[in-house]
Design a protein around this ligand. Structure first.
Ligand SMILES: [Zn+2]
Length: 255
């Protein structure tokens, strides 16, 4: 079913912001070992249970100027940024995609957003999330991305295996050469997921674009660290986040 683009964009934005609100909750709770589905939403400062009007994505944050109404503790800006991201991505998907494919795409994009944010904020790529994204790519990629990716099912299956093997091999070589771990353990499953979404053809360009992005981030961090007098050698680049960011560009650039 095809909705007019504007209605699709509005619906996509609403669904995007609602799912992003859940993604933000997971992003806050999982790294502390808390469940996102159990327990009522509470202020992280005073622990007071939040009322429904304090839980409206984006709107509550703006109305309360980013603070708790009771204890004035700043609300984590994670919520705000993840929800805006969900709104923008949902609107774009709703504009360009038919409804059923759009819903499937939104689910995959939200999973990728969660992985992106967990790696960027906590240097953590949970394996089961990466494998879930890989299964999403294998099962739905061909149908959802029919207009933008030429990869078929075999390309995706090969892509998943090749993605996993490539980053595992790079990690092994790096460890042998330098005597320490250079890659996070979560990177090979994520690169497998990227191969399962876009096919093996996009793996080199995704890695190349992510490296370019990493170089830019490293130069920026180095400049900041120098000014602040920090040790830049202790910093780890979120390769997973960079790969996920590079993925749509790699798919768009592929013939
Ligand atoms: Zn509070």
């Amino acid at each position: 079913m095809m909705l007019p683009p504007l209605w699709g964009a509005v619906m996509g934005a609403i669904l995007g912001v609602i799912s992003a609100s859940y993604v933000a909750t997971v992003l806050r709770r999982w790294p502390r070992g808390q469940s996102a589905s159990h327990g009522r939403s509470a202020c992280e400062g005073c622990g007071a249970r939040l009322r429904w009007f304090e839980l409206l994505p984006i709107i509550s944050f703006i109305l309360q100027r980013g603070r708790c109404r009771r204890c004035a503790q700043p609300i984590a800006a994670d919520h705000f940024w993840v929800e805006w991201t969900g709104l923008a991505l949902g609107a774009a998907i709703g504009w360009f995609w038919p409804m059923t494919q759009g819903l499937a795409l939104l689910a995959g994009v939200m999973l990728a957003t969660l992985l992106f944010a967990l790696d960027a904020r906590h240097q953590w790529l949970p394996h089961h999330l990466s494998w879930a994204l890989a299964i999403w790519g294998l099962a739905l990629g061909g149908w959802v991305l029919a207009g933008v990716s030429a990869a078929n099912f075999t390309d995706r299956l090969v892509g998943m295996a090749a993605g996993y093997a490539t980053l595992s091999l790079i990690a092994i070589i790096y460890r042998w050469w330098s005597g320490r771990d250079g890659l996070g353990g979560g990177d090979p499953p994520l690169f497998a997921a990227i191969g399962a979404i876009g096919g093996w053809q996009i793996l080199p360009s995704t890695l190349f674009l992510a490296s370019l992005g990493g170089l830019a981030v490293a130069v920026l961090r180095l400049a900041i660290a120098r000014q602040a007098g920090q040790d830049w050698r202790q910093m780890r680049l979120p390769l997973g986040s960079l790969l996920l960011l590079a993925l749509p560009f790699a798919i768009a650039l592929s013939p």
